[in-house]
Design a protein. Structure first.
Length: 322
């Protein structure tokens, strides 16, 4: 089931995204969702369908990257008996099955150019022919497409048709990366904690201050998907009533995996922001090495404990429980 309630968080980016969904859903406009992996692109597509006039009709998701290209055309548009080796009977495509409903084409950036041309024609007037057929068929579906690729680069590199991009890009959504969503990280972490504690029959109801700091300061290269997996792991491993840092994944490895993104963001930042980022990393490192003991960490940094607390406050590294 999909709906706006599935989109959790109160950050500015998420609130404005909810408003845009409410505005766009009742129309028939084609939608393009651009964003990093794990930012919840399918939740947007599902919420648009749930709030649309097509909500009683079918919602079909097709992952273009998961189906070999030669099969994707037949999957989308169907084929006639004998169209290719192994086509022993007629097959109705997903577009035909979805008539009246919504089709979500995920990872559309992976679609081949010949198939992009067929999709473009379909978007123009809703008509298509099955593979190996010559009868023109017509359906009425609303199309929502998504990709985590840099679409402008793909167009420049001749991998994606510019005319198809303009045809899809009637309304564009760009869900924010988790690292840009501030306190939503903790809101989502608590939501997943509640969900996994319930499904695994455990009574874990919160995070320790130290674990909260680690969640707040990690860059989340894998976005909400990475956070969800991290909390699932925590609930499996945690033996106490609160999630401790020892149950969290090794974020150093995760950060190295997604390092290209934050470092690019840093290079655009002002000197002051970059210095703050470095100071934050050093303090976190010392806190982590001293089991989050302020006095010991302050000593290793040659600071008085209250000076360290003040700097942490300035850098939004709070040790208070929410």
């Amino acid at each position: 089931s999909f709906g706006l309630e599935k989109i959790i968080g109160e950050s500015v980016g998420i609130n404005s995204m909810r408003e845009l969904i409410k505005t766009v859903a009742p129309t028939n406009a084609t939608v393009l969702v651009l964003g990093e992996s794990g930012t919840g692109k399918e939740l947007i597509a599902g919420a648009i369908h749930a709030l649309s006039q097509r909500r009683e009709e079918s919602y079909t998701r097709i992952n273009c990257a998961a189906i070999p290209d030669q099969l994707l055309e037949s999957e989308l548009f169907g084929h006639e008996k004998g169209a290719f080796t192994g086509a022993i009977k007629n097959k109705v495509g997903r577009m035909e099955e979805a008539d009246g409903g919504t089709v979500f084409l995920d990872e559309i950036g992976d679609m081949s150019r010949p198939l992009q041309a067929k999709l473009l024609r379909f978007l123009e007037d809703g008509t298509f022919t099955r593979v190996g057929g010559n009868q023109e068929l017509q359906v009425n579906v609303r199309l929502i497409a998504a990709t985590n690729r840099d679409i402008v680069e793909a167009i420049r590199g001749n991998q994606f048709r510019e005319d198809l991009f303009h045809r899809l890009n009637v309304v564009q959504f760009t869900p924010p990366a988790l690292r840009e969503r501030g306190e939503d990280v903790i809101t989502l972490a608590k939501h997943f904690l509640k969900f996994f504690s319930m499904t695994m029959n455990k009574t874990i109801d919160n995070f320790t201050d130290e674990a909260t700091i680690l969640l707040r300061t990690h860059h989340w290269p894998g976005n909400v998907r990475e956070l969800r997996n991290a909390i699932e792991r925590c609930v499996i491993l945690e033996t106490g009533e609160q999630i401790k840092p020892s149950s969290l994944p090794d974020f150093k490895v995760e950060s190295r995996l997604g390092n290209s993104e934050p470092s690019r963001a840093k290079s655009d930042a002002s000197l002051e922001e970059q210095l703050k980022e470095t100071e934050r990393d050093i303090i976190l490192q010392k806190l982590s090495a001293t089991d989050f003991n302020i006095e010991t960490a302050a000593e290793t940094l040659q600071l008085k404990p209250h000076d360290l607390r003040y700097r942490m406050h300035q850098l939004k590294l709070e040790l208070d429980s929410d």
